[in-house]
Design a binder for this molecule. Structure first.
Ligand SMILES: [Zn+2]
Ligand SMILES: [Zn+2]
Length: 358
């Protein structure tokens, strides 16, 4: 399936109206022109400087998404410049460079009151979509809780990593990696490598990445993995068992979103270790658990989803203090008009994250 990206461009001579990508059905992605809205109370109208491709977008482009009804505006990782601030917004004004997460919890529901804001229904229901665009309206709840000033030295494309990094921070806050530990990441895509950079910044001693594809393994190595393990080789299990002085990894972080990856995470973590199932799998899939292994090997299993405002704040600090070098994850750039090509590249696994620039 190839996406038909049609740009019904403005008539010659007429002022060009802003464009926004809409996903009509799996594989059917088009650019639509729209009339820029005036921001309401608490809202910001942004000029998008950079939107990033995301594995979730690729999954949605292929098969739709259980939480989003199509047609829907597309793209949720972004950074930009404020065009206009709505009434009552005091922290931002026109011309400010900003970065934001695309969701924010309500702060008052059952989950929010239990410090599980990542499960707040509002987060998904009112998620900001439509970042593959010239302009984007940021709703008041996101402006109030998860929008930040972008430091001038931070490139727009690195700032747009705020959302995926927030997911990574949330997972690692749960998993609590220690500097003396050995960690295995399963999956050498953008999320796997973001996890690796965050673990490195946390001072973790040994980080191994298991994945498929020579190109991806090479990227993992170049970004600083201590060991890369070709999951398609004869004996990945042996290579993993040799980690950590022969005990196997203390912590395994699964980043493929495939049941086989979940199975491997369960099988490869050391006795007494923790497995983090980070990648969400397709609906209807199941994981069978060996209860003997679970109990007598004393395993801890975790499946973190999304993030809380505290995670976004921490991700913001990590990006702005510059130690992560997370911008290296973005390894391709295309214009908004060439969005079809972006998804073709993602489908081929030829890119980690692509910056889409209006
Ligand atoms: Zn994303
Ligand atoms: Zn809530």
């Amino acid at each position: 399936m190839r996406p038909a990206v049609e740009n019904s461009a403005a008539l010659a001579g007429a002022p060009q109206r802003p464009r926004q990508a809409m996903l009509f059905a799996p594989g059917d992605l088009r650019l639509r022109e729209f009339t820029p809205p005036r921001p309401g109370p608490g809202e910001l109208l942004l000029q998008i400087k950079c939107a990033l491709s995301c594995g979730t977008d690729l999954k949605t482009w292929r098969r739709g998404h259980p939480m989003w009804r199509l047609p829907a505006p597309f793209g949720h990782e972004f950074s930009g410049v404020v065009i206009e601030a709505g009434e009552g917004v005091s922290r931002f004004r026109a011309g400010d460079e900003v970065m934001a997460a695309p969701t924010a919890p309500c702060g008052t529901c059952f989950y929010c009151r239990r410090n599980q804001e990542n499960l707040c229904p509002q987060a998904m229901e009112k998620m900001v979509l439509g970042a593959y665009a010239d302009m984007l309206l940021l709703p008041a709840h996101v402006v109030a809780r998860n929008t930040f000033h972008k430091p001038p030295a931070l490139p727009f494309e690195e700032a747009a990593l705020l959302e995926p990094l927030s997911c990574v921070v949330h997972a690692q806050t749960l998993a609590q990696p220690e500097p003396f530990e050995s960690v295995l990441i399963i999956g050498a895509g953008a999320f796997g490598l973001l996890h690796m950079l965050a673990l490195r910044a946390a001072g973790v001693r040994e980080i191994a990445v298991a994945g498929r594809g020579a190109q991806r393994l090479q990227w993992a190595e170049r970004l600083g993995a201590d060991a890369v393990i070709d999951a398609a080789s004869d004996d990945p299990a042996d290579a993993i068992a040799r980690l950590n002085g022969g005990y196997g990894p203390d912590l395994v972080i699964e980043c493929t979103g495939q049941v086989e990856g979940w199975r491997d995470a369960f099988a490869r973590v050391r006795r007494g270790g923790r497995a983090v199932f980070f990648g969400g799998c397709a609906a209807g899939t199941a994981l069978e658990i060996d209860t003997r292994r679970m109990h007598y090997d004393n395993l801890t299993l975790m499946a973190p989803f999304h993030f809380r405002p505290a995670d976004v704040r921490r991700a913001y600090e990590l990006l702005t203090d510059g130690r992560l070098g997370a911008g290296r994850i973005v390894n391709a750039r295309r214009r908004l008009a060439d969005l079809a090509e972006v998804f073709a590249m993602l489908e081929r696994g030829a890119v980690l994250k692509c910056a889409v620039i209006p």
